[in-house]
Ligand binder design. Structure first.
Ligand SMILES: *Cc1c(COP(=O)(O)O)cnc(C)c1O
Length: 404
């Protein structure tokens, strides 16, 4: 007998897992046996990988690997403390300066992840007298930050600038501060936040403007500078969040903005104050990745070429990739909308059995009835891999009646 078997106190968790099994949305973690690449091995099975956020193929880039190894040899494996005590290394400052220059802002602070960057920032800058006006599909880390701040949360319909304005107008005579916040690219639908409209509305009501560019970092804008650059709204977004965990290929998140904003977060953002910073290997990897973004723009071009091809082919096969009642994706994220959670999970399992890794996503990650397979293109998928993946999608889609 193991000493960790569920005792009666936690039996309700077992019941809830049984419930998920009944509903068909219980899952096991798929385990990657080798490298995060377009063709790899999960659970011992060779598959074409349509599920990772490794947009530019940087998880295995030789220059990044070398940077991580060199930093480890030189500086060891860990920083030994939180940033504010003794854990700020020269490399941490170098990365923050590099990101600030890349984004053309005064200053930058790096967090352990995009999640902590969002949650730590929103909860630090607002209090219970304040208001957060938030897109209904914003990322969970924004929602958690909003809850932690204890500010009042006003949700607006997805990408609906007029509704965001209504929400701001409804509290304009209240004394609290207002924060208008959107994802740059929405992670489950792949559509782009309406930044110019939102910036105008934020300016009209004197609201703080914040954008979470997790899925746009390295993907949109010049050399992957994100949606602010994509739309040319420089100087109109007070707080830009990015991630180092997706296209950048490592792990981490960052906040870019004015020097005052960053200094304030150094003093008040709880993940910064109470959780240890990145090891030197991670920081050096990210520094090398920004160089790659500037030196190898052909990766981003290839990413978009693959994206255009794959989207077109999915549409031709008859899959519902959004556009009528749901937004159409404008980025390398292309959801295949199925609707029913159980059918979605069956679809994903059958695809895997046929050699395609495409994760099913159901409630609570997406709303009930909006379950989907999410596909993500990368720069490193070959034409041959994409053709084979499309062949499997067609075969399994027909077999399960998802396409005619
Ligand atoms: C992935 C994601 C995050 C979290 O980033 P991590 O670096 O993985 O913690 C935040 N916001 C959005 C929109 C995301 O898609």
């Amino acid at each position: 007998m193991t000493t960790t078997a569920t005792r009666p106190q936690l039996a309700y968790l077992h019941d809830q897992l049984e419930d998920l099994k009944q509903k068909g949305t219980y899952f096991r973690l798929r385990v990657l046996d080798d490298r995060q690449e377009p063709e790899c091995t999960f659970d011992g099975k060779h598959v074409i990988n349509l599920a990772s956020n490794n947009y530019l193929g940087l998880t295995t880039h030789p220059k990044l690997i070398e940077a991580a190894l060199e930093a480890t040899r030189k500086y060891g494996v860990g920083p030994g403390a939180v940033r504010t005590i003794a854990g700020t290394m020269r490399l941490h400052m170098d990365l923050e300066e590099k990101l600030a220059r890349f984004k053309n802002v005064e200053a930058c602070v790096v967090f352990q992840s995009g999640f902590t960057a969002n949650a730590g920032t929103v909860s630090a800058i607002l209090g219970k007298e304040d208001f957060i006006v938030s897109d209904e599909l914003n990322h969970a880390s924004i929602i958690d930050g909003a809850r932690l701040s204890r500010a009042k949360i006003l949700v607006y319909r997805h990408k609906d600038v007029a509704h965001a304005e209504e929400q701001l107008a409804s509290v304009k005579d209240q004394p609290g501060r207002k924060l208008l916040i959107t994802d740059g690219v929405f992670s489950m639908d792949g559509d782009i936040g309406p930044l110019p409209g939102l910036c105008a509305v934020a300016e009209k009501y004197g609201a703080i403007m914040m954008v979470d560019d997790a899925h746009s970092s390295g993907v949109l804008g010049r050399n992957g500078r994100g949606t602010i650059d994509h739309f040319g709204v420089h100087g109109r977004v007070d707080i830009q969040v990015g991630t180092l965990s997706k296209a950048i290929g490592a792990i981490g998140g960052y906040v870019c903005g004015s020097r005052d904003l960053i200094e304030f977060l150094y003093h008040r953002a709880r993940p910064f104050l109470f959780s240890t910073s990145h090891p030197p290997s991670v920081t050096a990897t990210c520094i090398a990745a920004i160089d790659v973004l500037e030196q190898e723009p052909e990766r981003i071009e290839k990413l978009w070429e693959n994206t255009r091809f794959f989207k077109k082919e999915l549409g031709l096969l008859g899959f519902n990739i959004g556009g009528v009642t749901t937004p159409a994706s404008e980025t390398p994220i292309t959801p295949i909308l199925v609707g029913d959670g159980r059918l979605t999970m069956d679809f994903s399992r059958e695809l895997f059995a046929e050699g395609v890794m495409a994760t099913g996503i159901a409630f609570p990650t997406v709303p009930e009835g909006k379950a989907r397979i999410r596909t993500i293109m990368t720069a490193t998928h070959t034409q041959d891999q994409l053709q084979r993946a499309l062949g499997v999608l067609k075969k399994v889609g027909k077999k399960l009646g998802i396409i005619g």
